[in-house]
Unconditional design. Sequence first.
Length: 88
Amino acid sequence: RSHTSAATFRSAQACEGKMRRGLLCLCSATVVSGKIYFSETFGEGWEKRWTVSKWKDSEGTAGKWEATAGKWFSDEAEDTGIQTAQDS
């Protein structure tokens, strides 16, 4: 009889541990949220909205920026970003 009680007790402990982990996952999932504070699509006129640094111009090591979707994209307009087109 004590062997059965010990097995039942271990089974109950295992079940309780799984319930606690499940509850912890559920609680942590409800706490996570995000808010977008800044968004840029780099569409027409992005050069007017961004300031290019003049810091490295005198050394001749400043690269040139261009808006591009890169080599691989799904939607060119949506996936456009800026990158250095000409390395220094």
